[in-house]
Structure formats: C-alpha cells, structure tokens
Ligand binder design. Structure first.
Ligand code: TXA
Ligand code: MG
Length: 316
C-alpha cells in the first residue's frame, strides 16, 4: 500500500484494516509506529516479523486515555499521578498487567507487566477513536535501526509490509517516549525519551534512577546497539576530519565537512531532538566516511539525545 495522507477517510480505512488483523503505520508526536490490534496475537506476530524484532522485546500498547488504560493495567497512586501529569503525551508507563486484560501475550513478551501510552497526536487519537482497539505499536523501523519521524522513512524501512502508511507529516518531538516502570517499588526510568527526566522528578518529588541495563528484564529496548545508521559516528567532535559529514549543534560549527546539518544553530534542545533522526538518515545517505557529531549538552532533552547517539555509535 502506498503512503496515504491521513484524511478522515484514510483513518477510517486504517481502523478497518486493524480490525481485520492487518498492520498500519501511523504518526505519533514522538515517532511513527507500526500498529496492530493488541488483542490479536496473529496481528501482533506480523509486527514482530515486519521489524525482525526479537520476541523477548515487548511492545507499547497505545490507548486514548487513562480510563482506557485502566482496563489493561493496575494503576497505583504514583502511576495515576504520572498519567494525569503527562497524558496524552510522550510518556510510557510499565505497570502490572491485569490478568483479565485480554492483551495478547506476545505483546508483553510473556511478562506480567505491560507498557501503556496515550499519544498526543491528532492522527493517533483519531485512529484509536475509530478503531476502538488497544493498538500495540513499536517504532515503524527494522529492529536496531533509526526510528522513523516521517512517512517516507517508514516506506524506506518497511516498504509495502503495512496495509497502510498514514502520512501525518513530520513527528513534532522526533524522539521516542520516555519509559517509566511503576510496578510496586520506587519508579525507575527504563528508557530516556521525549519527557526529560527532570520533568518527571518534579512531578514525583523524588529522584528517578535509570534502571541498570544489566537488570533482569532491563527494558529490552535498552539493547546496546540501537537507533543505528550504517555510517560510523564520531561523537564529541569539535573539528571535521577528511571525508566526514558533520552533525552540528550550536553556533560554532566547524567548516570542511562533505555534508553538514545543524540540529539547532541556536542551541535549542527541542529543535535538535525533533530533527535528530531525520538528520542522521540524511547524513547516512551521503556516502561520507563517518559522521562527526558535535557535543550536545546533557540537560533536559539532551540526556535522551546523547543516549540515542551513544547507542548509534556502538561498534558493530
Ligand atoms: O514513542 C514511542 O514510544 C514509540 C511510539 C510509536 O509510541 N514507540 C516505541 O516503541 O518506541 P518501541 O517498541 O520501539 O519501544 C518500546 C520500549 C522498548 O524499550 C521496550 O523494551 C519497552 O518499551 N517495553 C515495552 N513493554 C515493556 C515491559 N513490559 N517492561 C519493560 N519494558 C517494556
Ligand atoms: Mg523502537
């Protein structure tokens, strides 16, 4: 199926495709997702196959709001507080799964927890309203690759696999949701993402430690090499070597790169996050020997940006 503009009619067709057990790619405020009916194991299996995703890596289930989410998971006071503060929005909560949730086991990789998120994007919300189904949706890229922030990226990654690719323009935030585990003990940060850690800590009134990557279930999405272009990255670059492309940040970009993109000439981290993945894709296609990446501050969204760059830079 070609990429289709996300009109009301196209969204209605996409909802029908989901109900029939097909997969549909759709925009969220973070990145594009590859969605399937979370209650239909066959449909969810198609998502794993399309991405070549390891089956031990569970998916996030998208719901319209907190009321819908409570059908699938147990919300304690902390979980409610976070959902009320950040939903709809780019926060995923990992919570104890209700035994009667009806969600396919494949979605949660057999865990007794489930990741839930209410996206804040008009197309995602319209699709959820029309389909009246919980939608399991990982980022719409091949496993280990850069998440798509435009419909054309989904087409490049998955081609004709989804029954439809709904085009809702570029994703406004450009980096995946922050994943927080609230499963009884103190909340833990399972994946850095579009909600800065500080913002969550302010709501919680306590520190939010990053889960140990070696920990048992260790948010499988924390897989070391991830979000990766084919071209090697050189991080913390303040100059450009011969044959390198440059991913710049701030006003003092060095000259001499074979190709150059500035994530934000004014040093704005939100602007940088929004164009990070598209810029990596673009520089990856230049045939440069390597991509030199300038240092990016680690405050606010910078923490998640640096996390993605560090993973993208891991040697194969
Ligand atoms: O912004 C986003 O979150 C996007 C859009 C489409 O919503 N989705 C996304 O999904 O990034 P995905 O599959 O690429 O990443 C889901 C992350 C993974 O790190 C996965 O391991 C973690 O959530 N996760 C899901 N269920 C979990 C669970 N029960 N326990 C621990 N981690 C879980
Ligand atoms: Mg992903």
């Amino acid at each position: 199926m070609p990429v289709v503009h996300a009109t009301e009619e196209a969204i209605a067709k996409a909802a029908q495709a989901l109900a029939r057990g097909e997969t549909v790619a759709f925009p969220t405020e973070t990145v594009y997702g590859l969605g399937a009916n979370a209650c239909d194991a066959h449909a969810v299996a198609k998502v794993f196959a399309a991405k070549a995703r390891p089956r031990f890596n569970p998916l996030i289930v998208h719901v319209p709001d907190l009321t819908a989410a409570e059908t699938y998971a147990e919300f304690d006071a902390t979980a409610c507080k976070l959902a009320e503060a950040f939903w709809p929005g780019p926060l995923s909560l990992v919570l104890p799964k209700r035994p009667d949730s009806g969600i396919a086991d494949l979605v949660t990789a057999g865990l007794d927890t489930i990741a839930l998120r209410a996206p804040n994007h008009p197309v995602a919300q319209a699709l959820l309203a029309e389909a009246k189904l919980p939608i399991a949706a990982p980022s719409a890229n091949r496993s280990g690759r850069i998440s798509p922030t435009m419909a054309s990226h989904v087409k490049a990654e998955l081609d004709d696999i989804p029954a439809m690719i709904l085009d809702g323009g570029p994703c406004p935030l450009g980096i995946e949701s922050t994943v927080v585990g609230v499963t009884g003990d103190a909340p833990v940060l399972l994946r850095l993402g579009a909600v800065p850690r500080e913002a969550i800590e302010a709501v919680l009134g306590q520190a939010l430690p990053l889960a140990n990557e070696d920990a048992a279930i260790a948010s499988p999405g924390q897989l070391e090499r991830h979000y990766a272009p084919n071209t090697p990255l050189r991080l913390g670059a303040t100059d450009v070597h011969a044959g390198e492309a440059l991913l710049a940040f701030g006003p003092n970009a060095p000259q001499g790169a074979v190709a150059s993109i500035n994530l934000s000439a004014s040093g704005d981290l939100e602007e940088a996050a929004a164009s990070l993945f598209a810029s990596l894709r673009q520089l990856d296609d230049t045939g440069a020997k390597a991509i030199a990446v300038m240092p990016i501050p680690t405050n606010g969204l910078g923490e998640a940006i640096n996390d993605r760059l560090r993973r993208a830079a891991k040697a194969r």
